[in-house]
Design a binder for this molecule. Structure first.
Ligand code: SIN
Length: 183
C-alpha cells in the first residue's frame, strides 16, 4: 500500500473516476494526465455511494493492461493539507479501494512525470463484481442509486469530463452511450 506519509513540499493524487469530476478536496494544481499499463473498468460494486447493499451500483476501478493508457487528473496537494486529504479520501474510497503508487505522465514534453497516489479496487475486495457485457453493466448502472446519487450520473459525468479533456476511453464511452440512449 502507498505510504501516506506527508511529502516535503507537496504530493500528487491521481483520480480516474469520481475524482476526475468531483475531487472535493483542496489542491494547488490540477493537470490532466495518464498512467501507462492500466485500463479503467466499471467492475467495482458500490454499496456506499452509487448503490446500496441490496442493489449495488458499478463504479470504475483499474485493471492491469500492458501497453494501454488510462487518462485521468493529477492533483497537487500542499504538504500541510496532505494528511487531511488522505484521511478524507481513505474514508471516501473505503468501499474496497487500496492506495497504490503510480507514475503519471502528461501531454507534451515540457512537463516531467510525477509519482502519485491512486485508489484501486482489486478482485480481492468483497464488493468487486468483475466483467460483464456492456449492456448488463449499463442496465445495472441505470437502476442503481445510492447516498451519493444516481449511478448514471457518475458514469455520465465521468464520460463528459474525459471527453472535455480529449481523453479516449472506449469502455466508459460505450457505457455512457448506452445510458444516454435510454434517457
Ligand atoms: C478515483 O476516482 O480515482 C477512484 C474511484 C472513484 O472514486 O470513482
Amino acid at each position: 500500500m502507498f505510504d501516506s506519509q506527508r511529502p516535503t513540499e507537496s504530493g500528487w493524487v491521481f483520480g480516474y473516476g469520481s475524482l476526475v469530476w468531483r475531487p472535493a478536496f483542496p489542491f494547488l494544481e490540477r493537470r490532466p494526465g495518464y498512467i501507462l499499463g492500466w485500463a479503467r473498468r466499471f467492475w467495482q460494486g458500490s454499496t456506499d455511494h452509487r448503490g446500496v447493499p441490496e442493489a449495488p451500483g458499478r463504479v470504475v476501478t483499474l485493471i492491469p493492461a500492458p501497453q494501454q493508457r488510462c487518462w485521468g487528473v493529477a492533483y497537487r496537494v500542499a504538504a500541510d493539507a496532505w494528511e487531511q486529504v488522505i484521511d478524507t479520501l481513505d474514508h471516501r474510497e473505503r468501499g474496497g479501494f487500496d492506495r497504490k503508487r503510480v507514475t503519471v505522465e502528461f501531454r507534451g514534453c515540457d512537463r516531467a512525470a510525477v509519482e502519485a497516489l491512486v485508489y484501486v479496487a482489486t478482485e480481492r475486495n468483497p464488493h468487486y463484481l468483475g466483467p460483464a457485457a456492456d449492456s448488463e453493466i449499463a442496465a445495472q448502472i441505470r437502476n442503481a442509486h445510492g447516498p451519493s446519487g444516481p449511478n448514471a450520473e457518475y458514469a455520465l459525468e465521468l464520460a463528459a469530463a474525459l471527453r472535455s479533456m480529449d481523453a479516449d476511453d472506449d469502455h466508459v464511452f460505450a457505457i455512457a452511450d448506452l445510458l444516454a440512449a435510454a434517457v
